[in-house]
Design a protein around this ligand. Structure first.
Ligand SMILES: [Cu+2]
Length: 165
């Protein structure tokens, strides 16, 4: 976890390069229905990935499961549509043996610069990851707590941090 903060600038530069490749690997083109059904009618965080700033939150392994989280800045597009969401948070969840987990219950709590933790926000399964459009209203330190109950019945908690500019 600590290591991730140190190498974040390196990760960012790596992640900004293969934006198109990453969008493709999320299989959104192959599964647009899943997004629509998921109340994700305007999945701008994905299809417009090339124009979207992506922020890696790093990855974390808990009890044989790896969660890799990412924020996509969707504010410009959402503002145009009169919506207040600023970011699309997505988390890819895999067994450490490499198998991607796409079912189960995943929820997010956000603690912002004001130190107040949000109510749990359900993350919707959407073709290879779980995600939600969220509002990060002010610059400053954020903590994202992601709780999962996957098909093995175990609960896990993953913690990610980001300093929003
Ligand atoms: Cu998504």
């Amino acid at each position: 976890m600590k290591r991730n903060f140190l190498i974040l600038p390196v990760l960012l530069s790596l992640i900004l390069l293969p934006a198109g490749a990453m969008a493709a690997s999320h299989e959104h083109v192959a599964a647009p229905g899943g997004h629509a059904e998921a109340g994700h009618a305007m999945p701008m965080g994905h299809e417009m990935a090339e124009q979207t700033q992506m922020i890696s939150l790093g990855d974390q392994v808990v009890d044989g499961v790896k969660a890799e989280a990412q924020l996509n800045d969707i504010q410009a597009t959402m503002t145009q549509m009169g919506m207040k969401e600023t970011h699309h948070l997505m988390v890819m969840i895999q067994h450490t043996d490499g198998k991607t987990l796409e079912s189960g219950t995943v929820a997010l709590k956000i603690k912002g610069p004001d130190g107040v933790e949000s109510a749990a926000i359900p993350l919707t399964g959407m073709g290879g990851h779980f995600g939600a459009d969220i509002v990060l209203g002010a610059p400053g330190p954020y903590t994202f707590t992601i709780g999962t109950r996957l098909t093995d019945g175990k609960t896990r908690q993953f913690l990610f941090s980001h300093e929003l500019k």
